[in-house]
Write a protein that binds this ligand. Sequence first.
Ligand code: NIG
Ligand code: ZN
Length: 412
Amino acid sequence: MKTLFKNIKELLQIRDPEIKKVSGQQMKELPSIKNAWLLIENDRILDFGAMENLPDIDAEEIIDATGKIMLPSWCDSHTHIVYAGNREQEFADRINGLPYEEIANRGGGILNSAKTLQETPEDEVYQQSAARLEEVMKLGTGAVEIKSGYGLTEKGELKMLRVINKLQENYDIPIKSTFLGAHAIPKEYKSEPPKYMDLVINEILPKVAGQKLAEYIDIFCEKGYFSVKDTHQLLSAAKKYGMKPKIHVNQFNSIGGIKAGVDHKALSVDHLEMMTDEDIEALKNTETMPVALPSCSLFLGIPYTPARKILDAELPIALATDFNPGSTPSGNMNLVLSLACIKMKMTPEEAINAATINGAYAMELSDQVGSITKGKKANLIMTKEIPSYTFLPYAFGSNNIDTVFVNGKALD
Ligand SMILES: N=CN[C@@H](CCC(=O)O)C(=O)O
Ligand SMILES: [Zn+2]
């Protein structure tokens, strides 16, 4: 089945197949064709070009995209979409002056979500998570990473990862699975944290790997959570199973997590709200993608990742949502794009690159999604009639998407 899109106002993010990510100055450029056509066959991009050179094409379906912009779907490389219940009470507590750290110290936060997850039947966790996945797909997300980390017991962690696997089976977008057993130290291990690390490394990790439930390993490397030493220990253990690191670092403090991630050839280091010059240096000449999560900064009222400092160092950046019940109860990549421009001073071109091709890189999906490239998946966004692509981050809070295509099919 061939579908031809005609009269596209602008077709964005056209890349050669060998481009896997863009960095620094390169991020200022967003290659495009104005007044374009795009041909897809079944689930793949077949060809594209300028309307003035439109060849004779025999397509079963023709879609007139006059006034509309088309681009690859968002690639959200950091989420915790699988969880149970919500934490709106903590949201109200924070408004009343209780800090996020204090809520966590009182057994709320991640431990609160872990309790709910453990008490919720697997099917119910699946239903709640599937609803969130469908919501973000309609908002234009065409590839996503999902972490465990609200189980914090062998049973709970495996339950979460099975739910992620079931989502992978039942949904058509690429979904990557990450094991985040080292997300917080459960209450019963508070006096002996090394024993929890022992459980994660020697009991849970081998089962996760044995059952092939996750491709990546994650840890919350942060004061009060897990140390740099824990990080080295876990990442070394995971390497034996071929699991690459994608880790939570520098959210509240810079304690050496970035260097640890880079030493273990992390695919990505995520959060990065607190960045020292040494952290920037550690990222230079590496293959590790820095990932910023501006919706988390908005929701918690913490600093935004210093994007300009990172880009000025000629490093790349990817943007992701961090969708989770505690620090970011939103999986809206369109809002992420706006926040990146408004609060992190990224240009619209930089933000779109960060949310597409660089997001794909941070999930090792550059050969499938993240750009308009022949042979890539037809996971696409067609906007409403808008004046320019800058309107997308500019008109924050509005839904400017007309239709989302997954594997070439329009979502209803
Ligand atoms: N920072 C660590 N983990 C999550 C938040 C978890 C929660 O509060 O439930 C994050 O990425 O923001
Ligand atoms: Zn996170």
